[in-house]
Write a protein that binds this ligand. Sequence first.
Ligand code: NAD
Ligand code: WQD
Length: 334
Amino acid sequence: MNILLTGGMGYIGSHTAVLLASAGYYVHIYDNLCNSKAQTLTRIQELSAKTVGFTEGDIRDTKKLSQVLRDQKIDAVIHLAGLKAVGESSQKPIEYYANNVQGSISLIQAMQSVGISTLVFSSSATVYGDPIYLPYDEAHPTSPTNPYGRNKLQIEEILRDLAGSDKTWKIACLRYFNPVGAHESGLIGEDPNGIPNNLMPVIAQVVNGKLPSLNIFGNDYETEDGTGKRDYIHVVDLAEGHLAALTWLKDSPGCHAFNLGSGNSRSVMELLHHFENASGQKIPYQVVGRRPGDLAEYYAKANKARDLLGWETKRDLPEICNNTWLWIKNNRAS
Ligand code: NAD
Ligand code: WQD
């Protein structure tokens, strides 16, 4: 089976590419490299010991995308390409709608033009918005609180309309919780351009000396230690979720949403302590005010993915931190 990975050179895409190629799929990556580096391809091929194809291109270039789908004899698409910085999406909403929503429509049109109708889409837990109850299950109302989240929800709605109008479509919208960690080899991991916003990349920059200390955004939440709690999920567990979804979709027409999370929430302080254990280093930090828009806690009910896809997380916080630390040590010079 031949799979196109849009955004496959990025953080989640590179781990998914390694897993799929290792499992015997032919993987072709389509990425414009706006938030990734071409040399990641060498590492994906080294880790999977397989040839992985690559075309540099933008998902909004429908013609080019159609050509690649046709030339590479693609059977299914995993659509990870997108801009993902929540704060930036409020400053540049049109850029986000154009890239993420318009880009997804362009991809659908390219797939229609060559008759491909199996799609796995990178959605996000951010579609839920303020929790009415926890854990979030897939039936929880959706009410995202920022343009990035609304992009994800709009794309899901477009995909649901599409599957409603044409019964040949088989679509899985995977709602990721908080992806962290790196490949156990330390060869691929998260390497964001510019100043990071997410907790783990900030910690990475502190241990690398690029940032003096970690700002903890509030310790007055109603949680055990007062810091925010999230459902952190190892990126390789997440990659395995894509493989499970792709396999399940073979016999499952329609558009289906799945939470991909561990089902547990962990605090900022817990993550910090596990990272200090893994690295053997003290991480300097100070508690500052809450970050606007942050929630005290959220986590997944991931029973649907377990029951239908046969998928659940296997890797815990110590493994997440050990793998991240190895990735940081290996890539310090870059
Ligand atoms: P990433 O930035 O590392 O990877 C995204 C890739 O898409 C990059 O390689 C980038 O160059 C490419 N890209 C962006 N716009 C493109 C375009 N117009 N045409 C072609 N390529 C383009 O991000 P990631 O963390 O690997 O996220 C992958 C997907 O998962 C994204 O859609 C993101 O919104 C979603 N997601 C991420 C998280 C997270 O916390 N990392 C959580 C939930 C959902
Ligand atoms: C985690 C915790 C912060 C940075 C975001 C998106 C979500 C999804 C995943 C894409 C919170 C605290 C953080 C720092 C801190 N992405 N923190 N100091 O906000 O849960 O989710 O990424 O779909 O849509 O919103 O992740 O890693 O930013 O924060 O104290 O410097 O760490 O307050 O409690 P978040 P995060």
